[in-house]
Each structure stands twice: as C-alpha cells, then as structure tokens.
Design a protein around this ligand. Structure first.
Ligand SMILES: Cc1cc2nc3c(=O)[nH]c(=O)nc-3n(C[C@H](O)[C@H](O)[C@H](O)COP(=O)(O)OP(=O)(O)OC[C@H]3O[C@@H](n4cnc5c(N)ncnc54)[C@H](O)[C@@H]3O)c2cc1C
Length: 310
C-alpha cells in the first residue's frame, strides 16, 4: 500500500494526491490520477518509479500532454510528470537534453547557439521525451535521425542506448513501461550567413500549428501512404463526409479533419466516441485501419495506444 508519508520523504519534487488531469492535457478533458509526482531531476524520477513499481502501482509518464486522452474516470495509478526535468547542456555540436524540455525551448537554445538539426520540429509543442517516445516526424525527418543516445530506465536500472542500438527503422526499441530520462542530439553548427538565410526563410520565428489550442491530433500519418490515392488520415476522414462532425462537446476541426477540438464542455467520452466513429467510417469505406496518434490513458488498458485493437 502507498504511504504518502514515505512518498513525500522519498521524492524531492511536488507530490499531489487525487490530482485532476484535464489541465495537463491539450484537449482539457479527463479525470484525476491517484498520485501525481513531479520529480526535480533524473535521480528523483528513478526513485519515484522504483517506489511505485515495488508497490505494484501502474505508472504513466506525462510529457506536455499534447497527445493524451485521459478517461473521464481518471487513472488508477501514479502519473510521473517530466516538466521539471529541464536541463540542456551544449558541448560543441552535441546537446544533452532532459526529457521534460519542451521542443520550442530546445529549438530556441539551439538557434542561439547557431546549431541546426532539429528545425523540422519547429511547429511541435511537446516535450523531448514525448517526441522520442512517439519518434515524432516533421516532414521527412524523424526525431531519431539526430539522436546520439537515449537515457532510459529499464526494469529499474539506468541504461544508455547508443545510436547503433537505435538504428531499427522508424520504431524505437522501447517497451511501453520504459521511461526516457533524456537524450543526446548530434547537431551541426551553422555560419552567421546560413543563420541569416534561415531566419529569412522562416520569417525569424517558428510558426505555431494552426490546430494548436484545445485540440488533439487523432491519427498518425503513415510515413509511406499506402492507400490508392495516397490519402492522409484527414483526407480519408473528409471523404467519409465527416467534416465538422460533433459528438457532445467534441467536434472535428473544420480546417484539419485529423484534429478533434474541445468546442466547450467536451468529456473524454465525447472525444473517444468521435474517434471511434472516424475510425470505423474510414475502415468501412476504404478498408484502411488508421493508427492512433493519441495515447489513451485509463481506458481498456492504462496507457494503451489503441484500445480498439482486438
Ligand atoms: C496540433 C498537434 C500537431 C502535432 N503535429 C505532430 C507532427 O507534426 N508530427 C508528430 O510526430 N507528432 C505531432 N503531434 C503529436 C505530438 O505533438 C507528439 O507526439 C509530441 O511529441 C508528444 O509530446 P508530449 O510531451 O506532449 O507527450 P505526451 O502527450 O505527454 O505523451 C505522449 C506519449 O509519450 C509518452 N511519454 C512522454 N514523455 C515520456 C518519457 N519521458 N518517457 C517515456 N514515455 C514518455 C507518454 O507516456 C505518452 O504515451 C502533434 C500534436 C498536436 C496536438
């Protein structure tokens, strides 16, 4: 059984009991977690994970929450938030970055240091840990392309996975329960001339995705689109005539049919049912089974990527 006394003594960062999770997610829905722990550093995180694992308490790692749908009943377990793991150390052309660092913060630091290599992720708002977990894609680049190593906790032990252990195509060799502590990225120093040209091309600053806000991207766009007309998930959904479809407070974005918006007072169940409708409609019309970008928390199985899977 969990002793809050032990927990408060063990973990240096803030620990909260029965913490509502809605405000930690981009879509702003979902119930409470039994425990929410905000480790101050890597050692703190390892101690917290170890304690909960030994007590048999399910764990969920929270980054920025941009890809999460938390059950309205919440999560029966402990959420470990990485937001205080925010260290960035740059040496020559290598940046060692903690998992909780947000991509826009990292990219700004790299710009200041005249380093390039992760610019393709300019419009993404998630954490480094979340991007690595999902092997985020920006255009034709994958975040793994620039990784030299990833530090993880595997079965309670720290491990550094080197680049050669990660070269397995677009899938990271990480199991669901492994926690990413941080990573090393190999970058390239650019000249002042290149930097000026780069600024002119992008208008100086990253352009936020228009779909950002109280919304979530639903399906993962396959790297190689394999449908007859190479349609993206959003195009397939549109072709089913579902543009603007609404269930309760959840509606399909009018500008991107692969994004669900919390139009006001949505529950996670509204979002879930809308996702189910999109998925079933596309499968029936095109025979295409769309993969979720969303991570579902506290649904069929905690943290399961796809509870529709049979
Ligand atoms: C509007 C919008 C646009 C998007 N565009 C893109 C895009 O162009 N390309 C793309 O690839 N993705 C895109 N995404 C998806 C999303 O931004 C990425 O998956 C993002 O990197 C998730 O980061 P996060 O910190 O928000 O993770 P969260 O949503 O907090 O978590 C996502 C998953 O990662 C796990 N996780 C988080 N941190 C860790 C850690 N330290 N260790 C282990 N597991 C961890 C969580 O447990 C969960 O399973 C988009 C999302 C939105 C809302």
């Amino acid at each position: 059984m969990i002793s809050t006394e032990v927990l408060f003594r063990l973990v240096r960062g803030p620990v909260v009991v029965a913490e509502p999770l809605a405000t930690y997610t981009a879509i702003r829905t979902g119930g409470p977690a039994d425990f929410m722990v905000n480790p101050r550093d890597r050692a703190d995180l390892v101690r917290a994970c170890d304690y909960f694992s030994r007590q048999g308490v399910p764990l969920f790692i929270l980054g920025k929450g941009s890809s999460l749908l938390v059950n309205d009943q919440g999560f029966r377990g402990a959420v470990i938030a990485t937001r205080l793991l925010d260290r960035i150390a740059i040496e020559d052309e290598i940046a060692e970055v903690d998992a909780g660092v947000l991509l826009p913060v990292l990219l700004e630091r790299l710009r200041q240091a005249s380093l390039t290599g992760l610019d393709a992720f300019d419009t993404m708002s998630g954490s480094v840990g979340g991007a690595l977990r999902r092997n985020a894609e920006g255009g034709s680049a994958e975040v793994i392309d620039s990784v030299e190593w990833i530090d993880i906790v595997r079965k309670g032990r720290l491990r550094r996975l080197k680049r050669r252990e990660l070269s397995v195509g677009s899938t990271l060799p990480l199991a669901g329960e492994e926690v990413i502590l941080g990573a090393g990225f190999r970058l390239r120093r650019i000249s002042s001339k290149e930097k000026r040209e780069c600024r002119q091309e992008t208008g100086g600053n990253a352009v936020p995705s228009p779909a950002e806000g109280i919304s979530v991207k639903v399906f993962r766009t396959p790297r190689t689109l394999s449908t007859d007309e190479d349609a993206s998930p959003g195009e397939l959904v549109e072709a089913c005539g579902l543009r603007g479809k609404r269930i309760g407070g959840a509606s399909l974005s009018l500008t991107d049919a692969n994004t669900i918006v919390n139009a006001g007072g949505a529950s996670s169940n509204d979002v879930f049912e809308l996702v189910r409708l999109l998925r079933v409609s596309v499968q029936e019309k095109f025979g295409v089974k769309l993969n979720l970008e969303l991570t579902l928390v506290g649904f069929n199985r905690n943290g399961c990527d796809d509870p529709f899977r049979t």
